[in-house]
Every structure is written in C-alpha cells, then in structure tokens.
Design a protein around this ligand. Structure first.
Ligand code: PHE
Ligand code: FE
Length: 293
C-alpha cells in the first residue's frame, strides 16, 4: 500500500527509490517463529477458502521453509514465473513511488514482522501481509499483468486527480477481492488471506453484502480500513478482471467526477447481490462472467 501524496525525498538511509535491504540475516528466531505460527494457521484456514491461483502460488514459492522468507530466494522463482520481484521498503511509501514500482513489476514490501501479541491485528502492513498476502497471486501470469497495469493506471490517475476512485479498485480487488468459482466462493484479496478472522468472515458471515463486480460501482464505493468490510465485490475470474480494466478509463473518470458515492452498506438497483450457498456461488460465477463480457 502507499501513503498519500507525492514524495519529497526518502528518509536517511533509504535509497532514492525508497527501497532498503531486507536484512534477512538480522531476523531473530522469535521473529521467524511469528511467521511460522501465522503461516501454519493460514495454510489451514485457506484450504477450500483461497482461490486456486493463490494456493498454487503459495506452493510454488515454498514460503514456509525457513520462517520469514529471504526476498532473494523468492525473487529467483518469481522472476522465472512472471518477471516480478519483491523489494523491501520502510513501511508505507508515497503514491508515485508505489506506482512506479508496480509499473516495473516490483512489489514493495515491509520487512518488519508483527509482535507475537498482535498476531490478529496491526496498523501497518508487515512482511506477513505483504509477502504471504500479496506475493502468491503475483505468480499468476494474468494477475501479474493486472498489477503492473494498475501501477501504470495509478500514475495516470494521479495526474488526472482521480486517485481516490482508482484506490477503491485496488481495495476491493487486490486487498479484499472475492471470486465465484465452480467450487464455490473463494478469496483472492491479500487483506483477507493474511487475516484468519476475516478469511472466515468474508466467506461465511451473513452480515456483509457480496455484490457482483462492476467497475464503476466499485469506484463509487468508499471503504473502511479499521474493521471487517461491509461489502465485498465478487469477480468471476482474474481474466475477467483484467479484461474489464484494460479499457481506457478516461470516459469513466469523467462520469465519476459528476457521480456521487454509494454508501458503504448500500445496495443499488443495478447490483447483482449474491446469495449464500455453494451452488448459488458456483452459478453466480457463470452469471457474472456473462454480465461482464
Ligand atoms: N485502463 C486503466 C486506465 O486507462 C489503467 C488500469 C489498468 C487501471 C488496470 C487499473 C487496473 O487508466
Ligand atoms: Fe496490502
């Protein structure tokens, strides 16, 4: 994620592109143990909850071998699979810096890890959220292209003053996206897969709305950063997400400049509200795909 605004310069000791060394040799055993605890918990919770693309990526990167992964090691595999790499940054970086990294297939990741007493909640993304949550999806070629396109789109939105709208797309896909698959509803968003409680809530709790993904609708919907989501948007496939976002957003941005926001828990008449149940979700995948195409 990124902090608001354009960059001044990086703090002392940080490179001009805001990267730092991961410092893998400096992690303590206690820090590696936090990773292992979180990894083992999530690996269990995510069986039949995360989408196949995520689970395949998790296997491909072998993220549990030695505790906190050495970025150099995962980058060899990631480079080979999709040409992406992970770079370490000191927490949130300015928007323009963040987009420049994505546009060049580099994912900026925090290198610190949460304390053992904050396994379930933390304010700033740590290495577990950034690497366990985000990096497996970057092994999928279509998602990898989507993330790079988002970086370029971010640079453009900054220039056009529409970043507030575009950031919602990131939030409701990259961070909190759900997918309707033939096997049922699945998670692909990093903010969900890196949280045990939200992994269960997002799929199983009756309270949040689950709505078929519509680009303009998503860009009109604010989000909350301090609690579970009240609304999730459901894509039929990564391929569809990529196709829908390939087109030029200029006309959309112009419409959005005149359109109001939609309340976070509101349902509007055009919404495809998904009802619960495995078969219902499986059917929804087909319906959403034909609606998007
Ligand atoms: N198509 C978008 C534009 O014209 C760029 C973009 C692609 C944004 C993918 C997000 C994701 O600005
Ligand atoms: Fe994130």
């Amino acid at each position: 994620m990124s902090a608001d605004g354009f960059s001044g310069g990086p703090p002392p000791g940080v490179r001009p592109d805001w990267t730092i060394d991961q410092g893998w040799d400096s992690y303590s055993q206690a820090e590696h143990d936090v990773w292992i605890t979180l990894y083992e918990r999530q690996a269990k919770v995510l069986q039949n909850r995360a989408c196949d693309e995520f689970l395949r990526g998790l296997d491909a990167l072998d993220l549990h071998r030695t505790g906190i992964p050495d970025f150099n090691r995962i980058n060899d595999e990631l480079q080979r699979l999709t040409g992406w790499s992970v770079v370490a940054v000191p927490g949130l970086v300015p928007d323009d810096v963040f987009f420049d990294h994505l546009a060049n297939r580099r994912f900026p990741a925090g290198q610190f890890i949460r304390k053992p007493n904050e396994l379930d909640y933390l304010q700033e993304p740590d290495v577990f959220h950034d690497v366990f949550g985000h990096v497996p999806m970057l092994t999928d070629p279509v998602f990898a292209d989507y993330m790079q396109a988002y970086g370029k789109g971010g640079q453009r939105a900054l220039g056009l003053g529409r970043l507030a709208n575009l950031a919602r797309l990131y939030w409701y896909t990259v961070e909190f996206g759900l997918m309707a698959t033939p096997a049922g509803l699945r998670i692909y968003g990093a903010g969900i897969v890196s949280s045990r409680t939200e992994s269960i809530f997002a799929l199983e709790d009756p309270s949040p709305n689950r709505i078929g993904f519509d680009l303009e609708r998503v860009m009109r919907t604010p989000y909350r950063i301090d609690d579970f989501q009240q609304v999730y948007f459901v894509i039929p496939s990564i391929q569809t997400l990529q196709e829908v976002t390939l087109r030029d957003f200029s006309a959309l941005y112009e419409r959005l400049a005149g359109a109001g926001d939609i309340g976070i828990a509101e349902i509007v008449s055009a919404d495809q509200v998904l009802t619960r149940g495995t078969q219902a979700y499986a059917n929804a995948g087909g319906r959403l795909a034909s609606a998007a195409g």
